[in-house]
Design a binder for this molecule. Sequence first.
Ligand SMILES: C[S@@+](CC[C@H](N)C(=O)[O-])C[C@H]1O[C@@H](n2cnc3c(N)ncnc32)[C@H](O)[C@@H]1O
Length: 487
Amino acid sequence: MIYQKQLIHLLKKRSIQINLSFVRYARPFKKKWMFSLHHGSHSNELALEYFDFAYPLIFHRHWPSIRLALLSLPKPVALLNPYSLSNKNIKQKLIEQGSVDMLRFDNEKLREDFNLIQKQISNSDNEYQIKKLLEQKENRRLLGTSDLVDEQEDINEEEEEQEEEINEDDDMNTFNQPEPVKRLDEIYKLALEQQAQSVIKGNVVSIVDDDKERDYRKIPPSWHVYTFPRSNMSRFEPAKTDELGLLDYYCMDGACILPIIALDVQPFHSVLDLCSAPGGKALNIFHMCPYIQLTCNDINGSRWKRLIEVFTQTVPKDTLAKHVKLVKGDGCLFGERQPASFDRVLVDVPCTSDRHALITAFNIFSKKRIQERVELPAYQRKLLESAIRACKPGGIVVYSTCTLAPVQNEGVVEQAIENLASTSNKKSRGYQGKVPIKCEVISTQSLEKHYAYFFDFYAKTRYGSLVLPHISNNFGPLYFCKIRRIN
Ligand SMILES: C[S@@+](CC[C@H](N)C(=O)[O-])C[C@H]1O[C@@H](n2cnc3c(N)ncnc32)[C@H](O)[C@@H]1O
């Protein structure tokens, strides 16, 4: 039998707010017993309310499709373990199941198609159409139907799609847009402030296009990432262990490969993964180039244990001891303690983790964590500044997050670079006597172009690249920016 006190306790535990005035006078199980549920009190609901308020202002008509993808099951990819004894059999099995190696799969052909379609609709800069045509062509190819481009057919399709899109837009404006938010409580004020802060100056950081000529088809033989083709929602079976106890693959978000490709690790580099746990990206770095010295750091005890587990389950002990150092410490201190020490630094900072926030009951959108959320961009900037300081002059730093919020992405990149370049801030930060550090952003446009089949990139980023979740290939969100330390 549940009594009034127990029930109140139970409801409070589940963060359901109770109208206590009714409860005080109520007796157990009286029929007119009432309590009001305050909608939006769980932090995942608060997260969605916040997104529905803030993101339509940024992503406009794309928001409903991003929202749908965020609320749907993500699409995993399988990072093959080159050390597993069953490596060859697994590769064969994954191919038989219909998955493809996204690092190698017909990239040449896809790029050709992409260029062809771009030419055909050169008068239009509508990315949606390019992707849709590319997708249809690829699906035809996979189905074994005509591989040749029927120009007339494509033109007709294009016209039909244009018409459809106009109609879709009408529909969307009338029915499908998230309801306009009327309530302006604390959360919305915060959102507004963050929107205001997120205005990127855009002229303080120089951008170079050094990767324009890079051949992204050159992939090291030890690195294989399998995924199912676009619109194929199949899932991988749980990974199995071999006789040595090593897992045959590791499942993760497909967008994780992008910051690793941008990092461009070379043999004999010393590499730092500043916020490493649970270790998905670190594993990719190691499989991409095993002839490196990799330092993986994380501040959080339980996540750090998970990082150790991930590495011991995938890399043989002797290789691990020789090449990987697992450190537990504050990433903000690396810049001071190990300045100019690493050729490459990945800084995958804690963020609002937009997809994760929608499925966890106690997350950073919880009312108790408002302060933490407000301070998040400053904390991210501190980690990025530390990462840049820890990087050797001429070395590369890749900053990444799994949020769509510009204030945590482009905003942090711009402010960190600006801060390091100015001398005025240094005194207050305990870096007296240090020379200003100059950095430049390396454009990732060519990387976006190469992987346009697998990922939907946001067209309006200034410095880095942002993968927008889309239901047909439900990866991301993931933002990354490639930075070179100059001096
Ligand atoms: C987005 S997660 C990293 C995910 C990881 N890179 C991966 O691919 O699996 C952010 C991590 O930053 C860690 N973190 C937060 N503050 C930190 C700090 N000051 N120093 C180092 N790590 C920190 C968190 O514990 C968390 O594990």
